[in-house]
Write a new protein. Sequence first.
Length: 112
Amino acid sequence: MSKMKIKKGDRVVVITGRDKGKQGEVTRVLPEENRVVVAGINMRKRHRKARTQAEQSQIVSFEAPIHASNVAHIDPASGKPTRVGYKFLDDGRKVRVARRHEPGKAGELIDR
């Protein structure tokens, strides 16, 4: 298990797989599996059988977890995918920063 650089509420873009290019917000983080659940991404269908006669059988759609290596943070400044680094502020807080390789763009704070 490694340190996850993605947290709940982060905006991410899928960089590989069936949903490549789609963006969404992280709704759950599963650090023990190194996976994340992103709203509207990696949709799956499950057939649910009725448990009582009053209930109806139905097909339920849900978001399945996706491996954390298949998503990238969206840079707050440019809106493009970026890697994440860490930096210590003057007040001693450790914050995440964008590592986008463009002149003048690297170092944008991800955490507020």
